[in-house]
Write a protein that binds this ligand. Structure first.
Ligand SMILES: [Cu+2]
Length: 129
């Protein structure tokens, strides 16, 4: 559990930073709308290493490549059990990350997709068996 604690501390730091930066009246740049779908391998997912992969397309249905895709997993059955990482660009709008789920139950996967024109966040629920 020690690495998870470190990640949790890091995520608190990021949260504070993000809160501090969200100034009132800031003008958001023009945004490209994207849609994200999540797949898991194995499916259904079980305790252990699970490959999460995300398909990111824009509003024209075109794959979004070269994005920064951050993934957070929160074991919602417990408080404070989170993991965080960056999915790697597989090309064609696919981003993948292997996540080690150490516990069964409900997990919330939050995906953040960022480019110069995109700042999109989406949640997915997954049950680890
Ligand atoms: Cu847990």
């Amino acid at each position: 559990m020690r690495p998870l604690k470190a990640v949790f501390a890091l995520s608190i730091g990021l949260t504070l930073l993000l809160t501090a930066c969200s100034g009132v009246g800031s003008v958001a740049p023009a945004q490209t709308t994207v849609a994200v779908t999540m797949n898991v391998l194995p499916d259904p997912p079980v305790v252990g290493d699970v490959l999460l992969y995300f398909n990111v397309v824009d509003d024209q249905g075109q794959p979004v490549t070269g994005a920064e895709v951050n993934v957070m997993a929160d074991h919602t059955d417990m408080s404070g059990m989170t993991m965080q990482g960056t999915a790697t660009d597989q090309g064609k709008g696919i981003y993948a990350i292997t996540t080690n789920f150490s516990m069964t139950g409900q997990w919330k996967i939050t995906v953040q997709v960022k480019t110069s024109a995109i700042d999109h966040s989406e949640d997915f629920n997954v049950e680890i068996r």
